[in-house]
Design a protein around this ligand. Sequence first.
Ligand code: MTE
Length: 305
Amino acid sequence: MACRFKTDLRESDVTPERDFINRRALMTGAGAIMASGVMGGQAVARGKYDVDAKPNSFKDITSYNNFYEFGTGKGDPARYAGRLTTRPWSVRIDGMVDKPGSYALEDILKGMTIEQRIYRFRCVEAWSMVVPWDGFQLSDLLSRVGVQGGARYVAFETLVRPSEMPGQKSAILDWPYREGLRLDEAMHPLTMIATGIYGKDLPNQNGAPLRLVVPWKYGFKSIKSIVRITLTDTMPQTTWNMQNPREYGFYSNVNPTVDHPRWSQASERPIGGGLFARRRPTLMFNGYADQVAGLYRGMDLKKNF
Ligand code: MTE
């Protein structure tokens, strides 16, 4: 997957699904964000960046997860995340911003126009699921708090609450879970804060009440249950890079030409495709090269992996 742990490629953990994912027929390019205006409904409107592929089932998306705060098994998040209290929820936004502070999620959402708030985006997650996300563009939030001139990176942190997150009682990771993006990556329209799936509130196991989605990067960049966003001029520490710097770099762009030290990243097996799903070639930037390759022009992507 995304995290590209070998275990993630086992098909036996997931409900067999006949969902067929065709990542070659990417990007319709048609229309802007034609959100229907129906919040909480099932209608998934087509957006500018939607992939032309059938989404995985709600069951697949919510029963096969990575969320180490609830355990390392793919079924642990669905089993244990229900106990997490996600309301009220606030996000501390600090560092190099004009309006630092603790922002209640309700106020973040209230401050947005309907068009901003119902940004819907069906994307290929970098561990081979197609997920119809609801949420807003991270850039809309950052613009509101006023990013200062010297800021170059955005750092994110997940909640630490061992009483409700049993995985945090062990030191498998150095809590809080941390992630980071370069500012231009964070401001890219494909980078979103998801608050829902299939028109429903984001289930806890998927990172309620708000999580990052960066579709051209491996899935571990998409940090869940965010409580802090910091604008900074230095490259922030990230959980998997701290854990194993040789294997996980800061950028973690999906790149079939740069192998993980322990396995090839040239192909993948679609989740939900069943036991006999064929592996298929992984696309550069997870199929979003037209949109994001420009962010890395001139960079050596073997060094900046
Ligand atoms: N965020 C936190 N806080 N903790 C985690 O363990 N796992 C990451 C990412 N975000 C993780 C996290 C990994 S490894 C992946 S692949 C994705 O979440 C999985 O997202 P999904 O379960 O919604 O598919």
